[in-house]
Every structure is written in structure tokens, then in C-alpha cells.
Design a protein around this ligand. Structure first.
Ligand code: ATP
Ligand code: MN
Length: 467
């Protein structure tokens, strides 16, 4: 075959220099046609769009043509021609075809229209479908949006450790990391495991959040963000929870509650807008095939002013709705942790806009949140989104050493390994605030997919770590 340098299909479809000799490589999506001429739709992953290869049967070897089946990998040399029927501006009149990889009829992606459940069982092949190709390209673009947003605002990308020995927040939901022989554990006279000989000389786990380390960094670099995998061994089999997920956690020195909420709103709008600008073809595909209201919903969020709603007022609204006959599965009262049905009622029915809920009862929020004067509430914020519920959890952090210690003692939080965190409050403490956004929750919103297992390449959930 003549050696012509490869053009990615995304670039090729924009070209208008008809008559040029080009090379494309990719995988066959479909092949149709007559005895005289065949049309092969080829996709190389660079875009959702296929390029149409026109094959004049008489010019090619019959045995080779038999190998052009759905899923096969081809290299094609041909002439770039203006297209009349393929739905694209350009197509390729094939001159030479090499089958790089054959694909027999055991290939599970022969036909279109597989269920999401079935595709999860072939997670190693599902990136080759239109839907998952679109989702993973959008996932990449959202990661770029995140780095761009923070970089442009002067935040530094800071890496928190994945293995940690601090378990203050995630008691009970952490995955333990050990090199000990689990069949032969050394125990003391009380039956407690002795960790002296373990790899780190103490109990260690996978992180549930990079926040505490992020706070250290913010009190030195001013404004930082972490963006990495986090792990929660929570046994919640829901469409919105993963055992391994990615979290974006900015932390800002000198920010107060209003600045925190502004940052949350600006950040999400930036990301959604980025998707609208950079992922047009993929969003149009998802809008057509997965969720007809998707693009409109994305546009409306970019335009909306997020509602800022104190928890106490939110409870009142819910109680009024119940008084008028609205039914919920879980009870509503001041002090309750809102369920997803309550959050979605506020966002989707009552306000029909994203809601930033603030000033939660301290009992249902973490120890590090800044306490309000009322002694009852803390400056925590949850950003609640249509379809998703909670997409961000954030707060102003308690900067007073004494108040923080009092809370730690009240809650009996094991802080013996956390002396380093308390040092931030001992040495030049400062007001600061930050939040955590679940990357996959953002992707659920941006793609219109309904199950979080379908926006991460290899989902980790209870009893599932295949692939
Ligand atoms: P939820 O109530 O939905 O379980 P959370 O209150 O436990 O959330 P935080 O600890 O505040 O969540 O974590 C910050 C963000 O991380 C959440 O707003 C959410 O977007 C995301 N998140 C939390 N747990 C998970 C999970 N198991 N899988 C995916 N994303 C998650
Ligand atoms: Mn949770």
C-alpha cells in the first residue's frame, strides 16, 4: 500500500481540498451496498461522525472484501471527494484497502440498540459504541475545562495523597490498604490487630477526600484545587454512587460564604458552557439518542441565577408542600438530612433552577464546618441540581482552634493522627473555604446519562470490579 500519512476523521471531515489522496484508519461501523458498490462507515474515535468509504467492488480482491465486517480495523487510501449522500461534506473514494484487524461474527457489538446493562457487561468494548465514545470524549473535555477554569483564576493544582493514615471523616467507609498476611494477623492481648509490621507501620486506607491536605495547601499557596480519585466503601447501590470516583476540590484562603457560593456557581457554569462549546457533535448525538431535553437543560443552567436557600427556609417550603398534599417517602423536619427526593422537589418543581442550600444543622454536617453565631447551624453549602440532587458539597471551614477542638471532642473524632491538620489552626490560622464536586455527578448532568456507572470507563461498585 502506498504510504500516505494518516488523517484523523475529525480533521478529514472538515477538509474541502477534494481530489487529494488521503489515508484514514479506523473501525468499521456498518457496511452496506450492492454488487457493484459498497459503502463502509468508518470511525476512528476522534469524533462521533463516521467517514463514508465508497468501494467499487470490481477494483478490489473478493477475499479481502469479505473481511470488511462490522468491528474490523481498516487502513484506507483514497481520494477525498465531495459527498452527496453520506450526511457529511466529504467522503473517500477507496483506492487501496488493508484489513489491519479482522472481526468475526462473535463480536458482541454487531447490532445497534444494546441496553446499558448489557454494555456494562462488556465494558472493555463499550467505548466503541457511539454513546460511550461521546461520553468519554466529553469526560476528557470536562477535565480540560476544570484545569482551565482554575488555572485561569490563579489556582494551583495540588496533589493530595491517595493512601492516607487519617480517617477522621470516613470512619467506616474506607478501604484499608495493607501488605499484611490476612491469614496470619498478629494481635495483642485484647484481640486488636498490631500494625507495627504493616507497610506503613500503622493502619492506612485509600482517601475519601483530599480536603484536609487541600486546606494545608490553601493556607500556604492561597488558592489550590485537587482533582483525583477518591474511594468510599459505602454500600450504597444507587445510580449516583461509586466506590471509586473522581473529585475536584478547590480550597481558598480568605474566602467567606458568599465568595464560596459565587465560586461554586461560576465553576459549574464554566464547565457546562465548555461542554456546549467544545462537545457540540457529541451533545447533539446524546440529545437525540439519550435525552431529548439535554441541550436545553444545559443552556438553561448556564443562564440561570442559582437560588441561595438557607436550610431552614428549605424545610419550610417542603413542609408547606406536604401540607398541600405532596407526598414524600422520607419524613421532613428541622434537623433531618434531606433525601434526594426532597432536593429534587426543590430544584425541579419548586424553583426549577439549581439551588445552593446553606446553613445546615451542625449535627448533619462535618466537624470542620464553620459554626454560625446561632450555635445551631454551620456554613455548609450543598449545590443541588436537576436530575442529580447533590453535585457539590462545600463549606467555610472553622478556623478557630478552640471551636474546632471543642467540636472534635463533642463528636469523639479520632484525631491522634491528625495533629498536622490542627497545626493549620495553631500557626497563622486564616478564614478559608472550599468545596468538593463529584466529577461523575457533573458528567451525569452534562451527558444526560442516568446511571453513574455509565460515565466512568470502569465502574467500581459493591460486588463489582470486573475489567
Ligand atoms: P451523598 O449525600 O450524595 O452521598 P456526600 O454528602 O457523601 O454525598 P460529600 O462527602 O460532600 O458527599 O462529597 C462531595 C461530592 O462528592 C458530592 O457532592 C458528590 O458530588 C460527590 N460524591 C460523594 N460520594 C460519592 C460517590 N459515592 N460516588 C460519586 N460521587 C460522590
Ligand atoms: Mn455519601
Amino acid at each position: 500500500m502506498e504510504n500516505i500519512s494518516r488523517t484523523k476523521i475529525v480533521d478529514l471531515l472538515k477538509r474541502t481540498d477534494f481530489g487529494a489522496m488521503v489515508n484514514v484508519k479506523g473501525w468499521v461501523r456498518t457496511r452496506r451496498g450492492s454488487k457493484q458498490v459498497n459503502f463502509v462507515a468508518l470511525n476512528d474515535g476522534s469524533t462521533i461522525n463516521n467517514v463514508q468509504i465508497v468501494v467499487d467492488v470490481a477494483n478490489f480482491d473478493e477475499e479481502m472484501l469479505k473481511l470488511i465486517t462490522t468491528g474490523a480495523c481498516l487502513s484506507v487510501n483514497g481520494e477525498l471527494v465531495e459527498s452527496v449522500g453520506s450526511g457529511q461534506a466529504a467522503e473517500i473514494q477507496a483506492r487501496e484497502i488493508e484489513v489491519l484487524g479482522t472481526c468475526d461474527n462473535t463480536y458482541p457489538l454487531q447490532k445497534k440498540g444494546h441496553s446499558m446493562e448489557f454494555l456494562r457487561e462488556i465494558a472493555h468494548l463499550r467505548p466503541r459504541t457511539n454513546t460511550f465514545g461521546a461520553v468519554y470524549r466529553i469526560r476528557h473535555n470536562m477535565a480540560m475545562a476544570i484545569h482551565n477554569f482554575f488555572h485561569q483564576k490563579g489556582f494551583f493544582y495540588f496533589n493530595a495523597p491517595i493512601i492516607t493514615a487519617s480517617d477522621c471523616e470516613g470512619a467506616g467507609q474506607m478501604f484499608q490498604v495493607t501488605t499484611m498476611n490476612l491469614y496470619d494477623l498478629k494481635k495483642d492481648e485484647n484481640g486488636s490487630i498490631i500494625y507495627d509490621d504493616d507497610f506503613f507501620g500503622k493502619q492506612a486506607s485509600l482517601t475519601v477526600s483530599g480536603q484536609l491536605e487541600g486546606e494545608l495547601a490553601a493556607t500556604a499557596l492561597g488558592a489550590i484545587y485537587t482533582f483525583g480519585p477518591t474511594f468510599r466503601a459505602e454500600n450504597s447501590n444507587t445510580p449516583r454512587h461509586l466506590a471509586e470516583f473522581w473529585m475536584v476540590e478547590p480550597e481558598v484562603a480568605f474566602a467567606d460564604l458568599a465568595e464560596l457560593m459565587n465560586l461554586e456557581e461560576e465553576f459549574i457554569k464554566f464547565c457546562v458552557n465548555w461542554a456546549l462549546e467544545h462537545c457540540k457533535d457529541d451533545l447533539e448525538f446524546l440529545n437525540k439518542m439519550v435525552d431529548k431535553g439535554l441541550i436545553e437543560r444545559l443552556q438553561s443552567v448556564v443562564k440561570a441565577d442559582f437560588v441561595r436557600l438557607p436550610y431552614t427556609e428549605g424545610i419550610k417550603i417542603l413542609e408547606e408542600a406536604i401540607a398541600k398534599g405532596r407526598k414524600f417517602e422520607f419524613p421532613v423536619y428541622w434537623g433531618c438530612d434531606l433525601a434526594s427526593e426532597h432536593e429534587r422537589f426543590l430544584v425541579e418543581e419548586h424553583f426549577q433552577k439549581p439551588v445552593i442550600m446553606t446553613d445546615y444543622p451542625k449535627e448533619i454536617k462535618a466537624f470542620y464546618m464553620k459554626q454560625n453565631e446561632d450555635g445551631k447551624t454551620v456554613q455548609g453549602t450543598d449545590v443541588l441540581f436537576p436530575q442529580i440532587g447533590e453535585i457539590i458539597g462545600g463549606s467555610v471551614r472553622e478556623e478557630s482552634y478552640d471551636k474546632l477542638m471543642t467540636r472534635i471532642k463533642e463528636l469523639d473524632i479520632p484525631m491522634k493522627d491528625m495533629w498536622w491538620y490542627l497545626d493549620t489552626r495553631k500557626y497563622g490560622t486564616c478564614p478559608h473555604a472550599g468545596f468538593g464536586l463529584g466529577f461523575e455527578r457533573l458528567l451525569l448532568f452534562v451527558t444526560g446519562m442516568t446511571n453513574i456507572r455509565d460515565v466512568i470507563p470502569f465502574p467500581r461498585t459493591p460486588r463489582n470490579a470486573e475489567f
